[in-house]
Design a protein around this ligand. Structure first.
Ligand code: PTJ
Length: 258
């Protein structure tokens, strides 16, 4: 995505600066919450630890997520401000590939921000965005503004994709019997720990990885898709992520010492 700030193509941190500028401009247009800028800083720190590339664990989690989306009766993708600013086109593509509608659902909810997020998705090619209708349903025992959901969307979904999420809602969705897929660069966050599938990766890489996996799995029979979904163990995957980070940091520390 083009940014207002002209970033030299050969700048060693060009991608990172472009992402940051997208978020700053998104905040100015009310798409991103101020807290979304802090959330990005936390995420980027973890991205350094993993080497700013999709780990093998992220690829297998993306494949499991793709299988679960293909097997779902009514999957929904929950969209917040950071997602709409960073990957609007990829979200529209994922929605089209998986058949899961996009639903705007914000932690820092205001009518202005809901409309700004919806407009960013429409500008990226979405034709139907849930979460802005007059009717709302409520997620029980949840006190943030995220408790209000679309009765035709998250409320009746069996599978919900909730990237960059707060732990309370993930736990509340689980109590409602939903199958939760998240994307979070922090493998230790409450959301990462309580979801059914956690893709520890940057959303800018994870969404395209799920799209590629869906395309690849389309040629597989239903039983093979079910066995990929069944064979995924989130706790084991998260533990491998932490071991990957430990080993990478140990190798870097040894290089420094030599
Ligand atoms: O737009 P709103 O109002 O719904 O608010 C969105 C934020 C992100 C502000 C809200 O959901 C929030 O406060 O989230 P948290 O609790 O800060 O959690 C966000 C998680 O996403 C953290 O664990 C970050 O490490 C992680 N994260 C940040 N940027 C990325 C990321 N994970 C993947 N890709 C990223 N680009």
């Amino acid at each position: 995505m083009e940014t207002r700030l002209k970033i030299p193509k050969n700048h060693p941190r060009a991608d990172s600066i472009r992402i940051r500028e997208n978020l700053i401009e998104g905040e100015e247009r009310s798409i991103v919450a101020k807290a979304g800028l802090f959330a990005h800083g936390r995420g980027e720190a973890f991205d350094y630890f993993i080497g700013e590339a999709s780990m093998p664990t992220a690829l297998s989690a993306a494949r499991a997520a793709a299988s679960s989306l293909l097997l779902a009766s009514h999957a929904v993708i929950s969209v917040n401000g950071n997602m709409a600013a960073l990957v609007p086109e990829a979200l529209v593509e994922l929605s089209m590939e998986s058949g899961a509608p996009l639903e705007v659902n914000l932690f820092y909810r205001s009518r202005k921000r809901e409309l700004a997020v919806r407009d960013a998705l429409l500008a990226a090619g979405a034709t139907n965005v849930l979460g802005l209708g007059a009717r709302t349903a409520t997620i029980p025992e949840l006190f943030s503004e995220r408790r209000k959901v679309d009765p035709d969307g998250i409320y009746r979904a069996d599978v919900v994709v909730v990237p960059l999420e707060d732990g309370d809602r993930t736990e509340a969705l689980k109590r409602m019997g939903k199958f939760v897929i998240t994307i979070d660069l922090n493998p230790l966050s409450r959301t990462a720990q309580s979801a059914d599938i956690t893709i520890v990766d940057n959303i800018t890489r994870a969404i395209p990885n799920i799209i590629s996996a869906i395309r690849e799995l389309r040629s597989c029979d239903a039983e093979s898709i079910r066995s990929i979904a069944r064979g995924f163990d989130n706790k084991k995957n998260l533990s491998e992520v932490i071991i990957f980070i430990r080993d990478r940091l140990t190798a870097l520390a040894e290089e420094e010492r030599d």
